[in-house]
Design a protein around this ligand. Structure first.
Ligand code: G3P
Ligand code: CA
Length: 242
């Protein structure tokens, strides 16, 4: 069964990484949501993709140079459409509390390592997740693979997954080294035989970010464990009409 993850929420229909994008993803029927997490200047985990505030908010500078109070005042929706001018940057805590009303909803929480606060990112976010959520249907992913070992030390039951572009040499051995139960590759180089081999080692695979119909169809046929997509409505439609 392939879990469809709405990448940054329903990010084609709502401003990415906002509560409105997450609520829309659930309305569409997505079984999972992918979010990006970094720390504010005062160490609060917040949900936003870029290192800087410019593209998706009314602010300037970087996320980690801005206090949580100031981040909370920013408009995180107008860049997308004036209908969303009241959207703010959510805290991770807000998203976790909201997600608790959907016990089966998967959360793929990507830790974004951009800054001087990097050492605090796992130490701050993992205890919060542990406090507000069980390990069920929860994934921590990251491009910073060694950091996944920090996550594993903090909560060994939690599923972790390295994000990567291109091909890995012996991907399952690599996952084992990182104590990761899944692999999250960029989708373009993934083949059916790789998926079969990864599955034969008991490792899960969830490609990102799959937006084209032909690739969505391929990955559903090849029975990946999940896929990240900006078009969860299309992916669900294809899946339910197969
Ligand atoms: O889940 C993978 C994907 O989110 C990684 O890329 O840049 O969209 O965070 P990015
Ligand atoms: Ca991401």
């Amino acid at each position: 069964m392939t879990i469809i993850f709405a990448h940054r929420g329903a990010s084609r229909q709502r401003p990415e990484n906002t509560m409105s994008a997450f609520k829309r993803a659930v309305e569409i029927g997505a079984e999972g949501i992918e979010i990006d997490v970094q720390l504010s200047k005062d160490g609060v985990p917040v949900v936003i993709h870029d290192r800087t505030l410019k593209r998706t908010t009314s602010g300037k500078g970087t996320v980690t140079q801005t206090s949580f109070e100031d981040l909370s005042k920013l408009d995180a929706g107008s860049w997308f459409s004036s209908n969303f001018k009241n959207e703010c940057i959510p805290s991770l805590e807000e998203v976790l509390i909201w997600a608790n009303q959907y016990p089966d909803l998967w959360l793929n929480i990507e830790l974004k390592y951009y800054s001087e606060y990097d050492d605090q990112l796992a130490k701050t976010t993992i205890p919060l997740i542990k406090q507000l959520r069980s390990e069920k249907n929860t994934i921590i992913s990251s491009f910073e693979h060694q950091r996944l070992l920090d996550v594993h030390k903090l909560w060994s039951k939690l599923e972790t997954a390295p994000l990567y572009k291109g091909n890995l040499n012996e991907p399952c051995k690599y996952a084992k080294k990182l104590k990761a139960k899944a692999l999250h590759p960029q989708y373009k180089l993934v083949t059916e035989s790789q998926i079969k081999s990864i599955h034969s080692h008991g490792v899960k695979i969830r490609p990102y970010t799959v937006n084209e119909e032909k690739w969505i169809r391929k990955f559903l046929d090849w029975e990946v464990d999940g896929l990240m997509t900006d078009v969860p409505d299309l992916a669900l439609n294809i899946m339910h009409n197969k």
